[in-house]
Design a protein around this ligand. Structure first.
Ligand code: SAJ
Length: 441
């Protein structure tokens, strides 16, 4: 058991410990948002303790391997070898920490409502072990009021006062998995404290970790800003998906239309149609926003409409494929051999969270087709109860059609085009190659 250091008696002393790197930092939840933050803390010279209920993930990190596909093993190995990163499934050592950042999942329930059980469990575990004069930051994306409603009561349950005996803030993650340009350090960090002192302490932590800290008036401002960012993206994607449906009717190339609109140097931010919207943020957080508005008896119409459009895209892909098979091969989907290329929810990641490819595979099976898939990063997957294994591209000529769902950079597209009878390109990844057997969405 780590011995709790003697505690300073005020926020200034805690800020001093933070600035001098004496502070010990805990990251609760070592996923695609928590692990990059833990690595950033270690890189900044902090003794960092990763806490996760998943023992396998804890063992992987302590062994210097990466449990998250978008995070390099070398970064973890270096931090562990330097003695700056350690992982544990035991939450008792929280009593030896100065700062704890909670990065646990905030999914949806089966009724598509906010599921905050992991945040609540984390806050209970922290409350049970927290030492006085510690900083707790909620980072998980959630609805406005989550910090005040879910974290504060748990932490005050010991009779402590926020802003005096402990400090509490909200600072949302803005991780874009696989993004090689923006990471934790160079993505501005919103920080909203329950009290001004809480805000000061939280800002002093993130000032050591990121280039730009953006203090906001309250946790609610930061919580809502995060949902607005994601919902903005979700709605804009749905709009161009709807334009793609229209262009299909008009016989126009939606990518050319968006390219043309993008020449406007102001007031237009291009988004692109696709086979559907994956990941566990963009398709999820707009429903947190919708729920929050409904709680105020203000139904948000845009989110529901956007969701209906985005959820329609896998069906549209299958419908378009059926039309192409009829037109070009005079055959129906029934019995057709179809190869899905790229199944993860976005390129160059081995991540199937809400991946539209899974719905496309399932729809193809429902239409009596015989679907297989190829993804160099995803060796096996489940479609309903059926286990599929990634097939090689050497037999691609045997398929009636290929559907390019996720264009990983590692795939040899010249070879794929040369050996495929027909390719439905759902992401315009093969444009301008002049291949007559390639059709865009
Ligand atoms: N997509 C489209 N059209 C677009 C952009 C994306 O169909 O124009 C699809 C993608 O194919 C993918 C899904 O939407 O299936 C989500 O795409 P994403 O790039 O937003 O992927 P995420 O969820 O991994 O990362 C996002 C962050 N991405 C970017 O800002 C580019 C950001 O929105 C959030 O910081 C992050 O989720 C989060 O955790 O909230």
């Amino acid at each position: 058991m780590l011995v709790a250091p003697t505690r300073s008696r005020d926020a200034t002393a805690l800020q001093r410990r933070i600035r001098s790197r004496q502070a010990r930092i805990g990251i609760v939840g070592l996923g695609y948002a928590g692990l990059p933050l833990a690595l950033e803390c270690a890189k900044a010279g902090y003794s960092t303790l990763g806490l996760d209920v998943d023992e396998a993930k804890v063992s992987q990190i302590n062994a210097g391997t990466s449990p998250v596909s978008s995070i390099e093993q070398s970064a973890i190995r270096a931090a562990v070898a330097a003695g700056l990163l350690q992982a544990t499934a035991d939450f008792r050592p929280i009593d030896s920490l100065d700062c704890i950042v909670v990065c646990v999942p905030t999914p949806l329930t089966t009724q598509n409502l906010p599921d905050t059980r992991y945040v609540e469990a984390a806050m209970r575990a922290i409350a049970d072990n927290l030492a006085p004069q510690s900083l707790v930051v909620l980072q998980s994306s959630s609805y406005p009021g989550s910090t005040r409603e879910l974290a504060l009561p748990a932490l005050e349950s010991r009779g402590w006062r926020v802003g005096c005996d402990f400090y509490l803030a909200y600072a949302p993650e803005r991780v874009d998995p696989g993004n090689r340009r923006y990471g934790v350090r160079n993505t501005p960090k919103l920080v909203g404290g329950i009290t001004p002192t809480c805000a000061k302490v939280a800002c002093s932590l993130f000032e050591q970790l990121v280039e730009t800290v953006v203090p906001v008036r309250s946790p609610e401002v930061a919580e809502l800003a995060k949902l607005v960012e994601n919902t903005f993206r979700f709605i804009n994607i749905s709009f161009v998906n709807e334009v793609a449906l229209l262009c299909d009717r008009l016989g126009l190339n939606v990518w050319e239309v968006i390219g043309a609109a993008s020449t406007k140097p102001f007031a237009f931010l291009p988004h692109y149609p696709g086979p559907g919207v994956g990941g566990d943020c963009i398709p999820v957080m707009p429903l947190y926003l919708e729920w929050c508005a409904a709680r105020e008896e203000l139904p948000l119409k845009m989110v529901a409409a956007a969701r209906a459009v985005n959820q329609r895209m896998p069906e549209f892909v299958v419908e378009k494929l059926a039309r192409l098979l009829r037109a070009r091969q005079a055959r129906s989907l029934e019995g057709a051999r179809v190869l899905i290329v790229g199944v993860s929810y976005k390129p160059d990641l081995a991540d199937l969270r809400n991946a539209p490819s899974l719905q496309i595979l399932s729809l193809l099976q429902e239409h009596g087709a015989n679907p297989s898939y190829h993804d160099p990063l995803v060796p096996t997957l489940l479609v309903g109860d059926a286990a599929l294994t990634s097939t090689g591209l050497d037999t691609v000529a045997d398929y009636d059609a290929v559907v390019l769902v996720t264009p990983h950079r590692s795939i040899d597209y010249d070879r794929l085009i040369a050996r495929s009878r027909l390719i439905l390109d759902t992401q315009n990844a093969l444009a301008n190659r002049g291949a007559s057997n390639v059709v865009h969405l």
